[in-house]
Design a protein around this ligand. Structure first.
Ligand code: OMP
Length: 215
């Protein structure tokens, strides 16, 4: 585990974003942990979050031309990522986001910001079964001259998707793009197992991973 990954897990726990207990997911699975990125909800937290996304992106070495933040949750993520890329890495990267409802007056269309063209880096919070990211792919495939470069997310839950592969492996296979995450479930579990006050949750997380996880 890289030091920024451990720092990120600690940050997410401190912000109340990463919680342990019993949570029903969009997929219906009952999970012993949940990651609620909406709780990165202050200026300082967002600034830090942007730096973690930027560190993971730089670490990946992926090449891209534009950052795309899918509505709604990807919008602030794209903004803080590109700010961190400028501040920390002196990279001035264009970004674009979509509206959920296309506007019929004014500038029109459903995209706001830079043109959606070239190699597109999608930024989002979590991939579990991959439903949300597949909706985003349709937008990129519908844009002239845009190809998916990679998806950058905070947490890879490392769960099975529609078959035996992980949802992320399916996305990588179906769209020919890499998925980069700041951390994965395995790192969360390593961290939880090492912390005396969190060890009580390790067994439930391991059991969940045995049932829904991929190796
Ligand atoms: P999929 O569309 O199944 O990949 O799930 C991704 C979405 O699930 C996220 O965008 C969230 O709405 C939600 N989610 C979380 O935010 N955090 C979690 O830990 C788990 C989920 C989830 O419901 O699977």
């Amino acid at each position: 585990m890289q030091s920024y990954q451990k720092d990120f897990i600690e940050f997410a726990i401190a912000q109340g974003v990463l919680k342990f207990g019993e949570f029903t997911l969009k997929s219906g699975r009952v999970s012993p942990y949940f990651f609620n990125a909406g709780l990165f909800n202050s200026g300082k937290a967002l600034a830090q979050l942007g730096r973690f996304y930027a560190a993971a992106l730089e670490d990946s070495g992926v090449a891209y031309d534009v950052v795309f933040g899918p509505a709604y949750k990807g919008i602030p993520l794209a903004a803080v990522l590109t700010v961190a890329l400028a501040d920390q890495y002196h990279k001035d990267v264009p970004y674009v986001f979509n509206r959920k409802e296309a506007k019929t007056h004014g500038e029109g269309g459903s995209l706001v910001g830079a043109p959606l063209q070239g190699r597109v880096l999608i930024v989002d919070d979590v991939i579990t079964a991959g439903t949300a990211i597949r909706e985003v792919m349709a937008i990129i495939q519908g844009a002239d001259g845009a190809v998916p470069a990679a998806a950058l997310i905070a947490l890879d839950r490392q769960e099975k998707g529609q078959g035996e592969l992980s949802a992320i492996q399916e996305v990588e296979r179906d769209f020919g793009m890499k998925v980069i995450s700041i951390v994965g479930l395995n790192q969360v579990l390593d961290y939880v197992s090492e912390q005396p006050e969190l060890q009580q949750y390790a067994a439930a997380i391991r059991a969940y991973r045995d049932q829904y996880g991929v190796s």
